[in-house]
Structures are given as structure tokens and as C-alpha cells.
Design a protein around this ligand. Structure first.
Ligand code: PLP
Length: 384
């Protein structure tokens, strides 16, 4: 199999699987218990917290584990809204993940005013629009660090400067940037930042929200005192320990792997441009997470391409995993100005640690053949 969907999820690193298996066998204690088997689990959780914090350039006490990246995004949106309900205006971008967009729509239904700041043809948020959307009633700005479909890296530090000048806190969803580019929450200056373990070769169902010390936010899940009273519920201890291990592995081999993966991705991108006339690259030439490659094949349906590739055990995506099952056209591709039929002809390939040079050669053999065949039977394509 050739797996080209690392933005949807990544295979669990063997070291992570081993650590979690060991933990599950040896440590069942409740971290809130005061006797040794509980305390030991708390210690292991704190080691993981320390690792996540270290990788993001922040303190351990500023990391709050959640049940997913989605939950961390919701936590930031609703937690800040609840903390200052009189500031009922929310500013986000048109290309956020559904974890933020759907939370925003829920706020709208509750009476908040939401501005979805447009992006340019490369997916970069318009700072002028952002500036003009901010008012004294804006409670939060949320703009993702890197986009999951086309890889655009947003000018988050600049956005923070603009918002902070007006006293407005900023959240950034760094689920797709963490592990792929440097993510230093302190340097970015954000007040809140989301990460998720399963995008960095860790387990699914565990995420974290960085909450800057001093930032104001309300509890998201109500109940016990876990996660310092902000996110109740007995912790996903094995998931947390696995998350910590995934970060350790990331620090051990992340940088070297990153360079290798980016090289493969560039070779794939160049190869497609050379071998498939009419293929149109979606995304920015610069300021992009290079392992994410999105191409439109005008005249064809992305789904047909995806299924034909799947018969060769090559797995790609038509957009974000979350929208895959719906008929909707990608809101990201629409936001960068693609016509719906072009957006519907687009596939995303996201490379990662599981890929080798041979994979690229195979894809560059199979994909042009598939596109040529689909074009020959397509009623829409000029050659069809
Ligand atoms: N944010 C972005 C940008 C994502 O790509 C994803 C996952 O696809 C999420 C949030 C959601 O993370 P999780 O799958 O951990 O809920």
C-alpha cells in the first residue's frame, strides 16, 4: 500500500504503540488517587505534558489535554465566549477546519456575530479584512496555523499583533502544522493553540489546548477537577502517555524526516506537473506545508480518481477526511476561488513517514495512466 493521506491521520509509531501497551499493562491507577499507583500515573501524565509543552515552547502548566483536536478547538471557541459573553463577536477565517467553522455557526445560532475573513487565491487570510472585522466587542480571533487541504501557512504572528493591539485574544489551530513546521506558541504570541496526537504518529482521541498563563477561559467539560478544573473527566491516560511518546519521537527524528518527506513531496509535485498536462496545482508556491499537495484535474471527478488509485492500493483524499462522506464541495477550494467543478476535480496527497522514494515512482507511473484513461471516457473533458 502507498499511503498518501497523512493529513487525515498517521500510522502510530511503533515506539508509541510499545509505550502505550506497556502503560496499559502496568498502570491502571486513577491519576486523581493519592496512593502510589495513582501518583505514578499522574507522574507519567506530567512527563507527557512536559514533552508537549516543550515542543510548543511553553510551560507544562499551560497544556490541557482534551479528547481530540476538535474538542480543543471547541474549548477555545466556547470557553472564551462563555468567559466574556458581552463580547459576542467572533472573527475567524473562511478556510478553518469544521472543528472551528461549526463551532462558529453554533455561536451564530446563539446570537453571536461571526465574521469569516476571506482568503486570497493561495489561501492566505486577508489582513485588511481581518483588521476591519475587529471591534471592541470581538471576543476572539481564531485563524489556523496551516491549512489541512492546501497547506497554506497563515501569518499568525502578524494576526496576533493586530488583535492584541486591540486587546483581543487569539486562538490558532495548529493541528496540521505541529510536526511539519516549527510551532512555537510563545513566538507566535497566541493565547490558545490546538494540537492533536494522531497527526504526529500518536494515538487517536487525544488532543491538547495550550492556554497562555493569564488568558481568560471558562471550563469546557463540567465535573471533577481534572485538567485543573477546566476539562473534567477521568483522563485518557494511555492516550496522554502515547501523545508524549509521539512528541519524543518527533524530536528525535522529526527534523531529518521532515526534510526527507518534503523532498519526496516536491518530486511528486514536479512529476505530476511534468507528466500530466492540464493538472492544476492548488495552493501557494511559498509559505506552504510542503508535504501537502493538492491538484485539480479539470473535467474529471476527484472521486473517480481516488477510487481508481485505491484499486492500485494508493490512498489519497478528496479533501479533509471530515467532509469526505458528504457531497459538499470543499469550502477551502471554493474560498480560494475555484469553480465548483474544478474543486470537485481536486485530490489531496499528503506525504509522511510511511513514504519512500519508490512510492513516488509508482504514483508517477499509475496516476498519469489513470488520468489519461478517465479523460478518454469523460464526457466533460475536451479530449473525451
Ligand atoms: N483541525 C485541523 C486543521 C485538522 O486537520 C483536524 C483533523 O483533520 C482537526 C482540527 C481535528 O482534529 P481531531 O481529528 O483530533 O479531532
Amino acid at each position: 500500500m502507498i499511503y498518501l493521506d497523512h493529513n487525515a491521520t498517521t500510522p502510530v509509531d511503533p515506539a508509541v504503540a510499545d509505550k502505550m501497551a506497556w502503560f496499559l499493562r502496568e498502570h491502571f491507577g486513577n491519576p486523581s488517587s493519592l496512593y502510589p499507583i495513582g501518583r505514578r500515573v499522574k507522574e507519567l501524565m506530567n512527563e507527557a505534558r512536559e514533552r508537549v509543552a516543550g515542543a510548543l515552547g511553553v510551560d507544562r502548566g499551560e497544556i490541557f489535554f482534551t479528547g481530540s483536536g476538535t474538542e480543543a478547538d471547541n474549548f477555545a471557541v466556547f470557553g472564551t465566549f462563555d468567559a466574556a459573553p458581552e463580547r459576542n463577536e467572533f472573527v475567524t477565517s473562511a478556510i478553518e477546519h469544521p472543528a472551528v467553522i461549526e463551532a462558529a455557526k453554533t455561536l451564530e445560532r446563539r446570537g453571536a456575530k461571526v465574521t469569516y475573513v476571506p482568503v486570497d487565491e493561495y489561501g492566505t487570510v486577508s489582513l485588511d479584512h481581518l483588521r476591519s472585522a475587529l471591534t471592541p466587542k470581538t471576543g476572539l480571533v481564531s485563524v489556523m496555523h496551516a491549512n489541512n487541504e492546501i497547506g497554506t501557512i497563515e501569518p499568525v504572528a502578524e494576526i496576533v499583533r493586530i488583535a492584541h493591539e486591540r486587546g483581543i485574544p487569539v486562538h490558532s489551530d495548529a493541528v496540521q502544522s505541529f510536526g511539519k513546521i516549527d510551532v512555537d506558541a510563545r513566538k507566535l504570541g497566541v493565547d490558545f493553540l490546538t494540537v492533536s496526537a494522531h497527526k504526529i504518529y500518536g494515538p487517536k482521541g487525544i488532543g491538547a489546548l495550550y492556554i497562555r498563563r493569564g488568558a481568560t477561559i471558562c471550563p469546557f467539560v463540567h465535573g471533577g477537577r481534572q485538567e485543573r478544573g477546566l476539562r473534567a473527566g477521568t483522563e485518557n491516560t494511555a492516550g496522554i502517555v502515547g501523545f508524549g511518546e509521539a512528541v519524543r519521537v518527533l524530536e528525535e527524528k522529526g527534523r531529518k524526516e521532515r526534510a526527507r518527506i518534503e523532498k519526496l513531496a516536491e518530486a511528486l509535485k514536479r512529476g505530476i506537473e511534468q507528466k500530466i498536462p492540464g493538472a492544476k496545482f492548488n495552493g501557494p508556491p511559498e509559505n506552504r506545508v510542503k508535504s501537502t499537495i493538492n491538484f485539480a484535474f479539470p473535467g474529471l471527478e476527484a472521486e473517480a480518481i481516488l477510487l481508481a488509485l485505491a484499486t492500485k492500493e494508493i490512498y489519497v483524499s478528496t479533501g479533509s477526511a471530515c467532509s469526505e462522506e458528504s457531497e459538499e464541495v470543499s469550502h477551502v477550494l471554493q474560498a480560494i476561488g475555484l469553480r465548483p467543478e474544478i474543486a470537485r476535480s481536486s485530490i489531496r496527497m499528503s506525504l509522511g513517514r510511511s513514504n519512500a522514494e519508490e512510492d513516488i515512482a509508482v504514483v508517477l507511473r499509475e496516476l498519469p495512466a489513470i488520468i489519461a484513461k478517465l479523460r478518454s471516457i469523460s464526457a466533460f473533458h475536451p479530449e473525451g
